[in-house]
Design a protein around this ligand. Structure first.
Ligand code: PLP
Length: 422
């Protein structure tokens, strides 16, 4: 990104402990400079600093409004500042914010019970704070169940998180390889290839880890029947089937959980992202016999099951249920998919996905320039892959908002000017 001020500028008052920051008064390049000075360079300097949101609209610190088409990476399921979330979180903070896993709270117990009701399967829940933690819990369950001699199977280009266990299962070499070696033999298969899965999974395989649709790979759905095959091969070999529904779960694809489309029953399911609607919460659910893998003392987290996070998740689940947001995801998702499909533009190669979780597939690797053009036009999208734009808005998105985005797409596409890096 171009900057009009030199790097490492010391701002007036920067040294003062009394200084209160009001970013609204500072030019954009100044906060980007501060960001770069203060943070480890593990993420790029962001193009925007957001100040507030309401519904599907967010405002940056300069007061510019944007229609949010990706909800903080498929997280803000109810949109921004939803009254149910505000009330649940602020009410719970005012009552009691933390109890520790040594005690419990009503929201924590209600959340676990509600998740099992929605899954419609017998199981037991472990609550945590993020997706990667949910997968770490699942990995430990697999270890405990099968021992350390067996290998695991996961999918090429899959994403399961950044901590060492979850990363060892992540099939994207560029982020996985630099941190080798891992303490696990993980074998990767091409995603969606049922035959490759059949060949890879034997009685020496402890577990198969899969996303029902690969999110970070660019919203790539598995072919119909793939999860059913995964269930069959796991049944035949005694391997556990772990479905990572961290991105696909909680209504995004038009069912509470994506595995419900095919009626596939995993042994372990992991959730996060949309579950808390923006408040960090994750869950690892053992189903059937897997509910009993962990014994006393096997796992834990100081913040897991935190009452504020649990209240947020309950508000999300209740609102999705009460307001028919799963049906809304189906209808608005279909409207968006149809509109994208009908676009006649040389840069658009197609659309992938299901429900309110789509990829605009680009004919050229210009997604960064697309994102910038969309931003200039007042829309936030995510350039998930060089040739794919992820659309994952709040489940509350209205038809008018979806149409506004569709109407803007031709001029956004005409405004795509690839940077030299692309
Ligand atoms: N699993 C999947 C399928 C994800 O999409 C992600 C995040 O993008 C994760 C795991 C990791 O979740 P978190 O970033 O909350 O650790």
């Amino acid at each position: 990104m171009e900057r009009s001020v030199p790097r490492h500028v010391t701002l007036p008052g920067h040294h003062s402990t009394e200084r209160t920051w009001d970013y609204r008064r500072l030019v954009t390049t100044t906060w980007q400079n501060d960001f770069e000075n203060a943070f480890m360079p593990n993420r790029p300097v962001p193009p925007l600093m957001l100040d507030r949101g309401e519904g599907r609209t967010v405002w940056d610190v300069d007061g510019n409004a944007y229609l949010d088409m990706f909800a903080g990476i498929a997280v803000s399921a109810l949109g921004h500042a939803h009254p149910a979330l505000v009330e649940a979180v602020s009410g719970q903070v005012a009552k009691i914010a933390h109890v520790s896993p040594l005690l419990t709270s009503e929201p924590e117990v209600r959340l676990a019970t509600r998740l099992l009701e929605l899954l419609e399967l017998p199981g037991k829940v472990y609550l945590c704070n993020s997706g990667t933690e949910a997968n770490e819990a699942a990995f430990k369950m697999v270890r405990k169940h099968a021992g350390s001699d067996k290998y695991l199977v996961a999918a090429e280009n899959g994403f399961h998180g950044r901590t060492m266990g979850a990363l060892s299962l992540t099939g994207k070499r560029s982020i996985r390889d630099p941190f080798e070696p891992y303490g696990a033999d993980v074998r990767f298969v091409p995603y969606g290839d049922a035959e490759a899965l059949r060949e890879a999974v034997t009685s020496d395989c402890a577990a198969v880890f899969l996303e029902p649709t690969q999110g970070e790979a660019g919203v790539v759905p598995a072919p119909d029947g793939y999860l059913t095959t995964a269930r069959e091969v796991c049944d035949a070999t005694g391997s556990l089937l772990v479905l990572d529904e961290i991105q696909s779960g909680v209504g995004r694809t038009g069912t509470w959980f994506a595995c419900q489309h095919e009626g596939v029953r995993p042994d372990i399911i992991t959730l996060a992202k949309g579950l808390g609607g923006g408040i960090p919460v994750g869950a690892c659910i053992g189903i059937g016999a897997s509910a009993h893998i962990f014994a006393l003392g096997d796992h834990g987290s100081t913040f897991g099951g935190n009452p504020v996070a649990a209240s947020a998740a309950l508000a999300v689940l209740d609102t999705i249920d009460r307001d028919g947001l799963i049906a809304n995801a189906v209808v608005i998702g279909a409207q968006l998919a149809r509109g994208i499909e009908q676009l006649d533009h040389p840069l658009v190669a197609g659309v992938r996905g299901r429900g309110l979780w789509l990829a605009i597939v680009l004919a050229e690797p210009v997604s960064g320039a697309f994102r910038d053009a969309a931003q200039r036009a007042g829309f936030l999208v995510n350039n998930v892959q060089p040739d794919a734009i992820r659309i994952a808005p709040a489940l509350t998105m209205t038809s008018e908002e979806a149409q506004r985005f569709l109407d803007a797409l031709p001029s956004i596409l005409d405004d795509v000017t690839p940077s030299p890096a692309e």
